[in-house]
Design a protein around this ligand. Structure first.
Ligand code: AMP
Length: 116
């Protein structure tokens, strides 16, 4: 399943979501419904629906998502105090958009890791 989501339109800038970062592999922008003072999404440009769908060919892209998270955390001024990176997978993981995305959350104390 490689169906497009709203994120493909953001990557192509067919909807006017301001981009914080974009290169040949990944794109980053602010979450439309922030769960913390700083809440950024970092996504692959290629459609990968879930973490279950990644392959070894995606390792460069997945690594880039981490290095871009580090760069953006510094730009946001949240690197020293700390932040959290989250990738949800499928229903139990709470995934809503089936184009993988890494949440970068920070700017405040985030509390316990899980609220079940
Ligand atoms: P997840 O639950 O991990 O699939 O997270 C999906 C995230 O995408 C949620 O935090 C939404 O607020 C966010 N989101 C959905 N549509 C948009 C959009 N058009 N622009 C920015 N963020 C969005």
């Amino acid at each position: 399943m490689t169906e497009e989501t709203i994120f493909s339109k953001i990557i192509r800038q067919e909807i006017p979501t301001p981009l914080l970062y974009q290169d040949e592999l990944v794109t980053a922008f602010r979450d439309i419904s922030p769960k913390a003072k700083s809440h950024i999404l970092i996504i692959p440009n290629k459609i990968i629906p879930t973490i279950n769908d990644v392959s070894e060919d995606d390792e460069l892209t997945l690594g880039r998502m981490i290095t871009v998270a580090k760069k953006l955390a510094k730009e946001e001024g949240i690197d020293e105090n700390g932040y959290r990176l989250i990738i949800n997978c499928n229903e139990d993981g709470g995934q809503e958009v089936y184009h993988i995305h890494m949440h970068l959350l920070g700017g405040q104390a985030l509390g316990p890791m899980l609220a079940i």
